[in-house]
Write a protein that binds this ligand. Structure first.
Ligand code: PMP
Length: 441
């Protein structure tokens, strides 16, 4: 494995051999309890799920690839129907991609084409949020704001204006209620639109619940309602990125249901096919579809593998499981258990400043001093040590060292497969406690 151009060349990685429900097994037969859903919420149904395996095998045996301009397929049509049937209001169309980065890029390209079609081609400006992540390509890096990843590419990234994220732990003033804080940060969007010129702004992009940069950070109540109002007032399209937090992860099918808003585009990936095949999707508002179809007739973007039949077959099987009676109820129950057990265990811990999240997406924010919220120096690498220690004990977590909106933050993220039961949750909390103790010695 020496010729792999890996992102972390110095680290020796275990070799994953197979999966088994909530576990991943390495070449030495060591079993790892998966507290990170394969990686970043992808493996929502855990590993080796029999229905999905059968669906993939059946489809690949019948027909693996055809070009989407020549044929459609049963799994593609079925998946489109499933995804649009219970989508947020107005999102009646779906465009398939291969990844989350492409789903975000598709939303922005369609937004641009929409404005060109309706004769508002001066609308080009995109607004994003600091500390956000929306993909690894030029578009996603530009819209996102992960400082270290952007650095080598800064000069070639698209010009995106970034406002503050909704980050209650460090952003709310003591004198403010949650609601007042939410309105104040949301109003930064209005100020940005006015500053840039309302008729030049095309889209605002945000994760409903952030996952990648600042740990799981849910918005405060009312934040997205205000964002939606501002977008409507100035004719700006709202793109909600639920690549990480969508598809059941927060206890509802779409995270934005809990915020009472429907975007103009909703991007999904990761949990769509639970990691069994690579696929993403952009859910699109009917008005965008109509403008494009009535205008030049077709969307001008697209990918060779858009709507790949095997990927769609895997996604159909996964999406049926997520929608099975009781499945999301169980996610809510287990999410509540995870939150309460983490709070019981670590709520008074001197080096855990905040425990936050939604559903089965939780974060511990590590601090040197709880009163001042001062983080440990980045060189301490506490979250990375916790990650390593947990891994050695057979628990997969996620370490998120880095800068969050100008603050050096350090986070541990827990987002197990959505099939976790109460025993798994107990074991996760227990092993995490041991890992934290070991890392702090
Ligand atoms: N948006 C968000 C919110 C993400 O978390 C990610 C992946 N971490 C992406 C976009 C990009 O997805 P992908 O890696 O599948 O391109």
């Amino acid at each position: 494995m020496t010729s792999v151009f890996h992102r972390i060349p110095k680290r020796q990685l275990p070799v994953a051999i197979r999966g088994d429900g909530m576990y991943i097994i390495d070449q030495d037969g060591k079993r790892y309890l998966d507290g990170y859903a394969g990686g970043a919420c992808v493996s929502c149904l855990g590993h080796s799920q029999p229905d999905v395996i059968t669906a993939v095998q059946d489809q690949i045996a019948k027909m693996a690839y055809f070009h989407g301009a020549i044929f459609t397929s049963e799994p593609l049509e079925e998946l489109a129907s499933i995804l649009t049937t219970d989508a947020p209001q107005g999102l009646t169309r779906v465009f398939f991609t291969n990844s989350g980065s492409e789903a975000v890029e598709t939303a922005l390209m369609m937004a641009r084409q929409y404005f060109v079609e309706i004769g508002q081609s001066q609308r080009k400006q995109v607004i994003g949020r600091r500390s956000s992540y929306h993909g690894a390509g030029i578009t996603g890096l530009g819209v996102g704001h992960q400082v270290a990843r952007r650095r080598p590419f800064e000069d070639i990234l698209p010009n995106v204006f970034h406002i503050s994220p909704c980050y209650e732990y460090r952003g709310r003033l003591e004198s403010e209620t949650l609601e007042q804080y939410g309105l104040r940060v949301a109003d930064e969007l209005e100020q940005a639109i006015l500053g840039l010129g309302p008729d030049t702004v095309m889209a605002f992009v945000a994760e409903t619940v952030t996952g990648t940069t600042s740990g799981a950070t849910p918005p405060v109540p009312g934040y997205f309602k205000r964002i939606r109002e501002i977008c409507d007032k100035y004719g700006v399209l709202l793109v909600l990125d639920e690549v990480f937090c969508g598809l059941g992860r927060t206890g509802t099918l779409h995270a934005c249901e809990q915020d009472g808003v429907a975007p103009d585009f909703l991007t999904i990936a990761k949990g769509i096919a639970g990691g069994y095949q690579p696929i993403g999707a952009t859910l699109v508002h009917q008005k965008v579809y109509d403008a494009i179809v009535l205008g030049s007739g077709s969307y001008k973007g697209g990918y060779t593998y858009s709507g790949h039949a095997t990927a769609c077959a895997a996604a159909v099987a996964v999406q049926k499981c997520l929608r099975a009676p009781g499945f999301l109820d169980n996610v809510q129950t287990m999410g509540a258990l995870l939150a309460s057990r983490l709070k019981e265990q670590f709520g008074q811990h001197p080096h855990i400043g905040d425990i936050r999240g939604r559903g089965m997406l939780m974060t511990l924010e590590l601090v040197e001093n709880r009163q001042t919220k001062a983080p440990f120096p980045a060189s301490r690498g506490l979250s990375s040590s916790i990650y390593q220690s947990a891994l050695s004990k057979g628990l997969i977590t996620h370490a998120l060292p880095g800068t969050v909106d100008g603050h050096v933050g350090d986070h541990v993220v827990i987002c197990p497969p959505l099939i976790a039961n109460s025993d798994h949750i107990e074991t996760i909390v227990e092993l995490l406690g041991e890992a934290i103790d070991a890392a702090l010695v």
